[in-house]
Design a protein around this ligand. Structure first.
Ligand code: MG
Length: 268
């Protein structure tokens, strides 16, 4: 997706009681680390997300490129609705799981592994339905990784190459975070709410493209061009925004069920 250049620095508005909150994980809720396993979850984050989920009547989901198992592990004991692997897997608010059948990834895995064997600093991650090639420890290898992974998906229309921060990822075609958010928005308790999505990476742009036309709020985290009309500078700024939201919601009246319209008075 080509992203219009926007350097919008407008802070997001306070979160309303009617928000459906979607949050990317890496680079949004937690800072990036040299390897995916090395991230640190701020100790108060789990309690904050628990409170917010409660205040939004459960309308809070994580939308990540990671697998759902990994999100659960980092946020234990909290188990939120999650879209994992950009939406290949999705656990809804009732806890039921939907998962795409993985495509044949063996040829892709072989190419990625071979590349990691000959170049130091590359990390191959096998997911349920995707292969991620991380080059954060060897950023000079970006072009090498891009070439190899582009060739790997050539002639395989069922697969798609995605470029995130220091990662090339091969995943099933036609899957993205926007589609995952759209699926949540059709279900309780998200349906009828105002979608709010915060993310830091190019792979989050599809989510911004879904929430803004619905009157929702898109928040780009960090620098770089984005469709999002709002911006927060770092995971710490996201954390502070969410703390303010929790504190404001704690003193705001609870949402009431929609009243049915009063019958019109019949003059006859
Ligand atoms: Mg991210």
């Amino acid at each position: 997706m080509s992203i219009p250049i926007s350097r919008n620095t407008q802070l997001p508005p306070p979160l309303g009681r009617d928000a459906a909150l979607f949050l990317d994980f890496d680079g949004t809720l937690v800072g990036l680390a040299p390897t995916p396993e090395a991230i640190e979850v701020p100790p108060a984050l789990v309690a904050l997300l628990t409170d917010l989920g409660d205040q939004l009547d459960g309308a809070l989901a994580v939308v990540s490129g990671r697998q759902i198992d990994a999100i659960d592990r980092f946020l234990a004991p909290l188990r939120l609705p999650v879209a994992g692997e950009h939406g290949v897997q999705r656990r809804d608010a009732r806890g039921s799981m939907q998962e795409q059948r993985p495509p044949d990834l063996v040829p892709i895995l072989d190419i990625a592994n071979e590349l990691a064997r000959v170049h130091e600093g590359l990390l191959v991650e096998r997911k349920h339905a995707a292969i991620a090639l991380h080059y954060r420890l060897a950023p000079q290898l970006e072009a090498v990784c891009r070439d190899a992974m582009s060739r790997a998906v050539d002639g395989r229309p069922q697969l798609e190459l995605m470029h995130g921060k220091f990662v090339f990822e091969v995943k099933p075609a036609g899957i993205n975070k926007g589609i995952a958010i759209d699926a949540f928005m059709r279900e309780a308790p998200f349906v009828g709410r105002t979608p709010v999505f915060a993310g830091d990476d190019t792979t989050d742009e599809s989510g911004f493209a879904v929430v803004q036309p619905r009157g929702g709020i898109a928040v780009k985290v960090g620098s770089g061009p984005s469709l999002a009309l709002h911006r927060l500078e770092s995971p710490l700024a996201v954390y502070e925004w969410l703390v303010r939201a929790r504190d404001a919601l704690a003193s705001a009246p609870r949402r009431t069920k929609k009243k049915t319209a009063a019958p019109s008075r019949n003059p006859g």
